[in-house]
Every structure is written in C-alpha cells, then in structure tokens.
Write a protein that binds this ligand. Structure first.
Ligand code: MV4
Length: 446
C-alpha cells in the first residue's frame, strides 16, 4: 500500500478521498488554490500545498505545479478525483514518467475511450450493442448523407472528442443534416481542436443508465450495478439513483455484462463508468465510457456497501480485488440529490458567496457529503456543487419519502440552492412513478 498520496482536486471530492485514504492508513497531501485557502478539506489532510492562483488553469489544472508538489511532498500516487485532470491522458502519462502512480486507468485506456468514435468501434468489436450509425468517423457531407440514408432520420451528429453533450447536433431531415454536420465540426474544432464527428440514429426520450465498473491490474473486472441519471438539465445531472426503476433483473444482468465486455475490450483497470441510453422499447445502447470516478459513485456505495475510493486506491497500489461478481449484492434503494449553489428561479445562475448558516440533515438512512460549513465563502471560480445529499432505504418509495424529509430539514442560508427544485421533482407524478426520461426536467420545470 502507498505511504502517501496527493489529492489533485478540491471541495467535496478532495474531502471524500482524504477520508478514504486516512481509513487505509495512507497520508494525504492536499493541494489548493489561493481561492481555497480556508477550505475544510485542508484541515483534514496530513499536509497542504498551494499550487497557484484562483483560476483553475493556474492551479487545479497546472500540471507543472502539481507535479512539483508531488515531488516535494514525496508522494507515491495522485488521485485526480473528477473533472480537472481526471481524464487527461497526458497528465496520466506525465505521472507515469515521474514514477508516480496515477489512481485511475492507464493513459492508453483513457485516450482510447476518450475518443468517442473509437470507443464506439471498440464496443462494436466487443459485441456491445450500439445505436445504428457510422462505422467510425464521418469525413464529408456525402458520407453523412449516405449514413443517414441507411439508418434513417432523425440522426445525431457527435464530436469524437466531445462528451457531456458538447459538439452535438440533432437533424430530422437532409438540409438539417448538412448544416448540422458543418456546425458540429466547427464547434468541435473550436472546443477540442479536433473536428472529427460521427453519426448515430437519434434515440427519442431515452433514459440515461450507466454501469459502475471496477477492475484490478490482474484482469478481473466487476460491475457494481447501474445508476439511473435521467434527471438532468443541459447535461448536468441533478438526481441519480440505484437501482434504475426502468430495468428488470434480466435487463440488469445484460447491461452489466455488456459493461464488463466493454471494459475488457478497453483493458480497463480501476473505477470507471459505461454509459448507455435505454430506449422506451427496453433496448439499451452503449454511448460512452467515463474513465474516472464520478460524482454519483456514492449511490453505488450505498447499495453495494463498498467504499469505491478505497477500492480505487487499493487496485492502483497493485492489490488484487478481494471480491467476486457473485459477492456483489444490490441492497435497497439509494437516491442522490446534488445541492448546487444556483438559483433555479434565475435559470440556475450560480449563487456563490457567504454561507451564513449550514445545518445538514441527519437521521436513519441519510448521508451528506459536503465541504460546506457555517461561515464558508463559496468561491465564484469553480463548479457550483456544494454538496450531495443521499438516502438509502429498503424501497424506492421509502427512499423518496426520506429524501423529501431530509431536503426539508436542510438549512443553507445565504446562497440560493437547488433544494427547492429537488422537492418539486420528488413530488412530481412521473418521477414518483419512475417513468421519467432525460427530457423530463426541461419539459416540466423550464
Ligand atoms: C444520444 C441521444 C439520443 N440518441 N445519442 C447527450 C450527452 C452524451 N453523453 C450523449 N447524449 C445523448 N446521446 C443518440 N444516439 C441523446 C443524448 C442526450 C442525453 C443523454 C443522456 C442524458 C441526457 C441527455 C440529454 C439530451 C440528449
């Protein structure tokens, strides 16, 4: 096991990693920007190092400063958390050349799945179902027309280097296809420096279902059940839950097996997520691999009883997984609400500043992962998520009831937050029935 790791992140995930490492007897080195000098996670780390000014580019994305901190503190490994450098294959490669273990998959795997057209080709080769579409990239207008003629409209044009919804265009007819093709290419070029796009049949009213995977360096890969993340707004998830209310046990086994085949094809080790679209027909299609730990890993922790961050650290240190697929049991139902400092009444505009009072809920079945405290000043420079409220109960209906109770208890005075919209969503008939899709939030709450 490592003696000491560097946590290359901030906020709740930095705190989450420090807690996991501390329980493993591993020392932690926290980095911070000038805007985070009073952050809570710095009090929980063994050592702290300032890596730069408030803007992320000068601090949490500043590779030379982070590597220097790692060398000075003499760490064995770096945990990137989510966002920032988590899926940067170049950073993972720099870690490797400095003989620092990157706590995540290999740089080759990150790069291979980070290219979405390539990931789609890998899925096809591995026998994982994909949406009908192009074989790899589409290079010109004529090719785009030919693909659409074969699969039929509507289609979606996606940037190879995209993900999270950037560089996508939907087309319902040929003129829209032609303009969408060029628009997606130039948007992708500007955003990612790569104008490669591919085309898929557009699945209407899908649900977002993703499978948690965990692999060791000896080729063992487990799936830890799925999460349903269909409550989203502009590709930002608001609520996640496990298990998905839309899957039966047969589909659950099929999607889990498909995720493992994809991970095997990618030579995957450490924690990752295989994302699928679930069509109203019940068919599911691979869309992306997320080569990192995600915000919503916590719902999987609640239903499996595993500590995923500890598992990540263990497998990165070269330990074999001590459990088998047959040991994984999904118990009860977990729901997570993301608490963001945003104003739902003002188009979810960020609402940073002083938290005058912070009183988290508690009681049976409630977990709060947050870096907030009374008197904390939320900096305006970063993501607006200030915490995650989770519940774990025997059934979905009980989980919804506990979540509503916990949301009503939660006091955050000062900034506007997403707490009121969560209460609205949890009171909505479609959410309660579990029949909502990814368009639900924008249809009913815009
Ligand atoms: C799709 C799709 C429909 N058909 N692909 C959006 C983000 C990226 N992860 C993939 N996305 C989608 N891909 C096909 N072939 C619809 C979406 C999509 C979506 C997916 C999951 C959750 C929310 C979404 C919101 C809009 C569009």
């Amino acid at each position: 096991m490592f003696n000491r790791i560097l946590v290359a992140n901030r906020g709740e995930i930095a705190q989450r990693i420090i807690r996991a490492a501390t329980e493993l007897g591993v020392e932690t080195v926290a980095i911070y920007s000038e805007a985070d000098a009073d952050a809570l996670y710095l009090r929980q780390a063994s050592e702290t190092i300032c890596v730069g000014a408030a803007p992320s580019a000068q601090s949490y994305l500043n590779v030379p400063a982070i590597i220097s901190a790692a060398e000075i503190a003499d760490v064995d490994a770096i945990h990137p958390g989510y966002g920032f450098l988590a899926e940067n294959s170049t950073f993972a490669e720099v870690c490797r050349s400095c003989k620092i273990q990157f706590i995540g998959p290999d740089p080759e795997t990150i790069a291979a799945v980070g290219n979405k057209a390539n990931a789609r080709e890998m899925a096809i080769k591995a026998g994982v179902p994909v949406v009908p579409g192009s074989d790899g990239p589409v290079n010109d207008e004529a090719e785009a027309r030919a693909v659409a003629a074969e699969i039929g409209f509507p289609v979606i044009i996606k940037a190879s280097s995209g993900g999270g919804g950037r560089g996508m265009r939907v087309a319902h007819n040929e003129p829209a296809l032609v303009s969408g093709f060029h628009a997606a290419r130039s948007e992708a070029d500007a955003a990612f420096g790569d104008d490669t796009v591919y085309i898929e049949r557009f699945v209407e009213r899908p649900r977002h279902v993703e499978v948690q995977i965990l692999g060791d360096k000896f080729g063992k890969i487990l799936h830890l059940g799925e999460r349903d993340c269909s409550v989203q707004r502009r590709h930002q998830k608001l609520i996640e839950e496990s298990p998905s209310p839309a899957l039966d046990d047969a589909q659950r086994e099929m999607i889990g097996d498909a995720a493992v085949r994809m991970a095997e094809a990618a030579n995957y080790h450490n924690a990752g997520t295989v994302e699928f679209l679930l069509a109203p027909s019940g068919d599911f299609y691979f869309i992306e691999v997320n080569a990192r730990i995600q915000v919503e890993h916590t719902v999987t922790e609640l239903v499996t009883g595993l500590d995923l961050i500890q598992e990540m650290i263990r497998v990165a240190a070269g330990e074999p997984l001590s459990i088998d697929q047959s040991d994984i049991e999904i118990r009860g139902h977990a729901i997570e609400c993301r608490i963001n400092a945003e104003d739902p009444a003002k188009d979810f505009q960020p609402s940073p500043g002083l938290v005058e009072s912070f009183v988290p809920p508690g009681g049976p079945g409630v977990r709060v992962d947050s870096h907030c405290f009374s008197g904390y000043r939320i900096p305006p420079n970063y993501d607006s998520m200030v915490g995650k409220l989770l519940v774990h109960r025997p059934t979905r209906q009980e989980a919804i009831r506990t979540m509503r109770r916990a949301l009503s208890e939660f006091v955050i005075d000062g900034p506007k937050t997403t707490i009121p919209i969560h209460l609205d969503i949890l009171g909505h008939r479609d959410y309660r029935a579990g029949t909502h899709d990814t368009g639900f939030l924008e249809r009913y709450f815009s």
